[in-house]
Ligand binder design. Sequence first.
Ligand code: F6P
Length: 504
Amino acid sequence: MTHADRLAPLRAEAARVNQTPLRDLIADDPARARDFALRVGPIHANFARQRYDREALDTLFRLGESLDFDARLKALFEGEEVNVTERRPALHTALRSDVADSETAHASNAMARDAREAMRAVVDAIRTSGVTDVVSVGIGGSDLGPRLAVDALSPPGGGAVRVHFLSNVYGHAAQRVLAGLDPSRTAALLISKSFGTQETLLNGRLLRDWLGNDSRLYAISANVSRAADFGIPAERILPMWDWVGGRYSMWSAVGLPIAIAIGMDGFEALLDGAAEMDAHVLVEPVRRNLAAWHALTAVWNRNALELASQGVLPYDERLRLLPNYLQQLVMESLGKSVRIDGSEVGVETVPVWWGGPGTDTQHSFFQALHQGTTAVPCDFVGVARADAPFRDNHDALLSNLLAQSEAFANGQDSDDPHRRYPGGRPNTMLLLDALTPRSLGSLIAMYEHSVYLQSVVWGINAFDQFGVELGKQIANTLLPAVRGESEADDAVTRALIDEIAAQR
Ligand code: F6P
């Protein structure tokens, strides 16, 4: 049976469910508020406002069961070659959990533990050496996870050591980060799995020159020889491995900026939260498995309701970078049109993921979400307990969060078409008890597993990213042309380079 054939029953269910407005689906079955919800550790997830009913949900769960979600998760955890095109496992789970049976997974877990010892030593060295600022240089998976966690978990005003991030090759980015920093009290981390990424190497050289002292330069890389060639001695190179994908790597030494910002114990609590989610997804059956439920809901919205984008709306300023992080995790993993065997997928795969924090975004793009012609399913992420002192603000935030979720789903009739809200906008509520390293770790691990299970439904590889290579190759060939040393082959590019040259 092809993947498209497997998805056909979902379309039939959608045609049936679509005849009833979402507000009626909810009103006719009030128990779904409780039955369509799950608690896993510090996360309460509620799917009651998704546009399916019990029958459709049952069809979805049967899809997950027929695709052996449990066995596929086991294969991931055991270190099977799930990254088929690059012939390697994707063992990010071993960075935080030792729940698998295989030698490979145990060995990977032991390597990760050793690396954490090395991280602890670096954190101690940095925190006790008078360093006040750390600049973390990296991009994509070597940036977005640490950046999110540092932003989310740092105490207000920053910790004892301030952590800054430099990803973009744009010169002003470096200028802005370095402005106000003292080279004699700053350390730099060059994070690059390949140690061959143009942006990171350029910014790394810039930092090396600016520091004027190599002893505060560290590397985190799977390519030790390239890091050594760059001039970083072995004792200041922390490991990465080819069995961890860049966008799944924040649990490794790539998370060093997190450990510096919140302490090594805080970093380990982040890992514990992820491990808690690992333990859940590995043992719970599809119908009680949060990642499976989340993944199947994504498939329902994409393939049955044919919705082309997905919003993520964190209602907590500290999670404002979650959409950026998820864009890479989800879209780099699932932005594929061929299956693992090279054949066309034949169904739509990843939607466009986008979003931003509430309540700011209520005053920017929510108009389109409420009354635009295209429904956008959304994940709301809320935090029940505030850590900030201003209780009234948090109450207002929570009431806005609940109001928007309700308004999207139920809408409101009016005789005036301009004041009518169609409703039927499906959304999931992910409520964290509090924002802690543990809850953030659990949340991110849930998304990782959901992404993997979506890839299982579509039969695609979630762990390669060949799509990003072509642009990099062309940029390399164009560099001499931009410098005026050669001519670009492409006529449009040539004309654009002429325009640029005229302005320089
Ligand atoms: O954007 C492409 C990519 O290859 C990502 O997958 C990766 O996280 C990023 O570049 C950075 O790569 P590296 O860690 O090797 O510098």
